[in-house]
Every structure is written in structure tokens, then in C-alpha cells.
Design a protein around this ligand. Sequence first.
Ligand SMILES: Cc1cc2nc3c(=O)[nH]c(=O)nc-3n(C[C@H](O)[C@H](O)[C@H](O)COP(=O)(O)OP(=O)(O)OC[C@H]3O[C@@H](n4cnc5c(N)ncnc54)[C@H](O)[C@@H]3O)c2cc1C
Length: 253
Amino acid sequence: MRVLGDGANLLVADEGIDGLVVSLERLEPESAEVEHGDGSVTLVRGAGLSLPRLVTDTVREGLAGLEGLAGVPASLGGAVMMNAGGAFGQIGDAVAFVRALRATGEPVSLARGEIEFGYRRSGLAGLIVTSVGLRLRRVAEGERAALRERLKEVMASKKASQPMGADSAGCFFKNPTIDGSRVSAGMLIDRAGCKGMRVGGAEVSAVHANFIVTHADCTATDILMLAERVRERVRTAHGVSLENEVVVWRRGP
Ligand SMILES: Cc1cc2nc3c(=O)[nH]c(=O)nc-3n(C[C@H](O)[C@H](O)[C@H](O)COP(=O)(O)OP(=O)(O)OC[C@H]3O[C@@H](n4cnc5c(N)ncnc54)[C@H](O)[C@@H]3O)c2cc1C
């Protein structure tokens, strides 16, 4: 059984997959809000909810904490699963708790401290995230314009640095750790001379080298072959083995 969020970080092999795929898009959204005395608010939202919608809604309501995730296409559950984020913060920082189901159907509730958020990981593999509690900060009336401005800045920065108009699954590779520091995979790919490389309908973006963008008739095989060529070039040029950030679904276990 596999769980489908918004599919924004997913590549499905051309031969398809076997087994059950569960989508939470139509799950009756759980919705609750708890105000705390210190000016913070806990929002509880269903995992199938659109993250971009949640980001704009919370900013409009004067709630800070998710504005750094502007421009990240995702369902709330998928974003938590992948600990989506980047230079402007990651969703794990706002998560208060997660409600989920085990594969056996048994419900489980995990507090923030029990979740092992890391770089593009949550440690929640094997669970179906059904709802999420987010701890956000209510900003004063006079600060709301600045919060809206921040959202616009994050969006503008993404539009300037990523091929937002093209079809892709976001960054294909994780940023590797070299000598204890995270290094931009995009920079390594660019320096290895991969921008513009193509296989069939798949191309290494000229805007951001860690994005594989697709053209008409592109197949998953084109993308996977191109990714292997990029990995090989980066290994030869820098001695670094890039790991997929994109989740690939194939037949079999
Ligand atoms: C243009 C573009 C820009 C992007 N920018 C960023 C960025 O800045 N930062 C970033 O981190 N990512 C980015 N991404 C990647 C993507 O937005 C994130 O990885 C996002 O978290 C994927 O969420 P999703 O709901 O689409 O998950 P999916 O792609 O549907 O699934 C991803 C994984 O999560 C699992 N999953 C999904 N929902 C659940 C659930 N409810 N319970 C359990 N497992 C679940 C799936 O089984 C799968 O393993 C970008 C993608 C694109 C296309």
C-alpha cells in the first residue's frame, strides 16, 4: 500500500505499479484551532489539505510560521512526511503533533518530540499521516503587512531561482553532506556541466540544475536515465554520490 499526496515529489515508473494507492485528498478534513495564552495558536488540519492554500490562508489570518513554505506544492501530509522546506525554513519547525494510522489500521498520535525531523525526512515512513497539529504565532495587527510582504519575498525568490512554470518534481537530488556541511546539489551539477543535458523529453533545467524538467512525450524512463547520467558526471567531477530526493515508485516491493 502506498500513500499519494499531491504527487509533487513523486516519479512513477512507466510500467506503473502494483498494489493499493491511497489518496487522502477527499478525506473529510479534520479542523480545529486552540488559542494559547502566549499568543500562539495550534491549528489542526487534515493531511490531504493543499499546503499552498494553508500557507496563504494562515498568512491572511495573521498567523506566522508557514510563510517560508510559499511556493512548495504539496499536501499537508506529504509536506510533513518529506519535512518540506528550504532556505526559508522547514515544516517540521511548526509541527506540534501528527495523527496517523499504522498499516494495520491502528491509530497513533505522535508529539513533536517523538518525530525525528531531519533534512527532507521525518522518520514517519510506514505510517499514513491523517492530520497534523501546527503551532503558529498570531502576529499583532500592525505586523500583518510585514508578514504578507515576507510571503511575497519568498515567492519572488523561488520564481527567480527555480523553473516554476515547467513540469518537474522539484529538486531531483538531496543536497549532499561534504566535510560536515550541506552542499548545494544544484551547484555541483552545474559545475559538472550538466545544465541543458537531455534524454528524450527530459532536460536538466537551465534555471536550476537540480531540477529535471519535462517536455512533450517525456517518459519516466527518460527522467531516470538522465538522472543516472547526471549522477555519474557528478561522481566523476566531484567524487560525490548524489542521493534521490524524488521518491520513485516502481513495481514490486
Ligand atoms: C516546482 C516544485 C518546487 C518544489 N520546491 C520544494 C521546496 O522548496 N522544498 C521541498 O522540500 N520540496 C519541494 N518540492 C517537492 C515537493 O513539493 C515536496 O517534497 C512535498 O513535500 C511533496 O508533497 P506531496 O503531498 O506532493 O507528496 P507526494 O509527492 O505525493 O509523496 C511524497 C512521499 O510522501 C508520502 N506521503 C504523501 N502523503 C502522505 C501521507 N498523508 N501519509 C504518509 N505518507 C505520505 C508518499 O507516499 C511519498 O513517499 C517541490 C516540487 C516542485 C514540483
